[in-house]
Write a protein that binds this ligand. Structure first.
Ligand SMILES: O=C(O)C(=O)C[C@]1(C(=O)O)C=C[C@@H](O)C=C1
Length: 99
């Protein structure tokens, strides 16, 4: 394959990658807006930051969705745990600011 074709293919694929990364950032921003509201709700009503039974349900659902989509379920769970750890940290901060 000529070098110019390789470059064109790489450029095309990188444009899609950039669009997907932008969508992921926007989706994550919306998710964190929701979880910030959840954090305030929980702090107001004295509810714990973490809800392990809800997380188990979410992990089960996400692993099934990952399998359907041919995404590694272990990776989906790792991504989810990483995000939720940050959410719980935010919840704890909100609760501590309320005293
Ligand atoms: O649903 C909640 O109770 C949340 O606080 C949100 C969320 C999540 O990010 O999905 C975060 C922490 C909980 O342990 C479970 C789920």
């Amino acid at each position: 394959m000529p070098d110019s074709d390789v470059t064109a293919q790489l450029t095309r694929l990188r444009k899609s990658i950039d669009n997907i990364d932008a969508a992921l950032v926007h989706l994550l921003a919306e998710r964190f807006k929701c979880t910030q509201e959840v954090g305030h709700l929980k702090a107001t009503h004295g509810l714990p930051a973490a809800d392990p039974s809800r997380e188990s349900q979410q992990v089960e659902r996400l692993r099934a969705l990952a399998e359907e989509s041919e995404l590694d379920p272990a990776f989906a769970e790792k991504w989810f745990s990483f995000v939720v750890a940050e959410v719980i940290h935010h919840h704890e901060q909100i609760a501590s600011e309320r005293g």
